[in-house]
Design a protein around this ligand. Structure first.
Ligand SMILES: [Zn+2]
Length: 209
């Protein structure tokens, strides 16, 4: 009996894997966020590997094992995939709803350092990060050392043979990126929230936060 090479249900994962392998083949600066974590380690940014998160970390307590960005009813501002496709651009849908990653050093907020303002979720407009939480990491994606209190969720992400911490919008479940701890960046939390620009909008109006 011949085995079917794939099913429709498997295609998103296959597409994701192919996209990741294509991304990983590209040389810097188009490395993926995951490979940056390893690259950063090689360049001695890391005093503690992001792959060795301690269960005693205060951020671990509320972790869930993987997020389901497609479940509309689980979120105050959740929508069906059909509604998200109608609202978002194809690239926004790929990143926010299918956990994609934009190429490094290409996002509109990578080198964006306003004195004030707030970065909101591109899916649901919830305030996620304020301008004063952003720092220059050199990683190719917007980097923040903390988020607006209660704005994001963290999930263990074991894709691509790595253990990473995915961050999502608490209000709509949209994928934002990953957070890495203990890399030795000189900021108050020693965290780097590595966020896709395309998952964000920006407003100079601080009152939104
Ligand atoms: Zn959102």
């Amino acid at each position: 009996m011949l085995l079917r090479p794939t099913t429709i249900a498997h295609r998103p994962l296959l597409t994701l894997a192919l996209a990741a392998s294509a991304s990983l083949r590209l040389s810097s600066p188009q490395i993926a966020t995951g490979s940056f974590a390893l690259a950063a380690q090689q360049h001695n940014h890391n005093q503690q590997s992001p792959l060795q998160l301690s269960p005693s970390s205060p951020h671990i307590r509320n972790y869930s094992m993987g997020s389901n960005a497609s479940t509309a009813s689980n979120f105050p501002k959740g929508k069906s995939d059909t509604e998200w496709r109608a609202q978002l651009s194809p690239e926004q849908f790929r990143v926010l709803r299918q956990k994609g990653t934009e190429p490094g050093f290409t996002g509109k907020y990578d080198s964006h350092y306003p004195k004030k303002g707030v970065y909101t979720c591109a899916g649901c407009d919830s305030p996620l990060y304020t301008a004063d939480l952003k720092f220059k990491s050199g990683c190719g994606w917007p980097a923040f050392f903390d988020a607006v209190p209660g704005a994001i969720d963290r999930h263990v992400d074991r894709t691509f043979g790595m253990k990473r911490t995915e961050i999502t919008c608490k209000a709509c479940g949209g994928h934002l990126g990953h957070v890495f701890e203990g890399e030795g960046f000189n900021n108050p939390t020693d965290e780097r929230h590595c966020v896709n620009s395309i998952s964000l909008n920006f407003s100079e109006d601080d009152k939104k936060a």
